[in-house]
Design a binder for this molecule. Structure first.
Ligand code: HEC
Length: 130
């Protein structure tokens, strides 16, 4: 139940702040791309994958989590070729408001600002179809 509430909170924030293009489902994207390591609970796996619940990186300046997701670090893969700016912003907005986390949503242009490659929205626009 708690996670459902968080989801609705995240979606509410997303629609309040961002452009209509931001229909990506941050929770589902998190489950698909991140939860294998960080766990659906956001608690991670001790000694292997850091918790995102309560993480200073997640809750702090958006630059840090954005660049880690795009470029990877240590045992974490880079997602810059797999996730669009919209998807990264949706995932970050979700993980910054799930599991008791409370930090501001991350908008698409903030993600774009830290990209070093040229991948953009277009290819993933069809994701909104469902
Ligand atoms: C294959 C396992 C794996 C996957 C998949 C993965 N991560 Fe990570 N993640 C890690 C590891 C390992 C670290 C620690 C890296 C380091 O700093 O050495 C990490 C660190 C992080 C951190 C920094 C946390 C902190 O407090 O230091 C964030 C934020 C993060 N991951 C978010 C994500 C998001 C969002 C996704 C999905 C898009 C994701 N990760 C997918 C393994 C993974």
């Amino acid at each position: 139940m708690k996670s459902l509430v968080s989801l609705f909170a995240a979606l509410g924030l997303v629609s309040a702040v961002a452009s209509p293009a931001l229909a990506a489902d941050g929770r589902q994207l998190f489950l698909d791309n991140c939860a294998a390591c960080h766990q659906p609970t956001g608690k991670g796996v001790a000694g292997a994958f850091p918790a995102l619940a309560g993480s200073k990186v997640v809750l702090g300046d958006p630059k840090e989590p954005i660049t880690r997701i795009l470029n990877g670090r240590g045992g974490m893969p880079a997602f810059q070729n797999d996730l669009s700016d919209t998807e990264v912003s949706a995932i970050l907005t979700y993980i910054r408001s799930a599991w008791g986390n409370k930090a501001a949503p991350v908008a698409v242009p903030q993600v774009l600002a830290f990209r070093s490659n040229t991948r953009r929205e277009n290819a993933k626009a069809s994701l909104q179809a469902h």
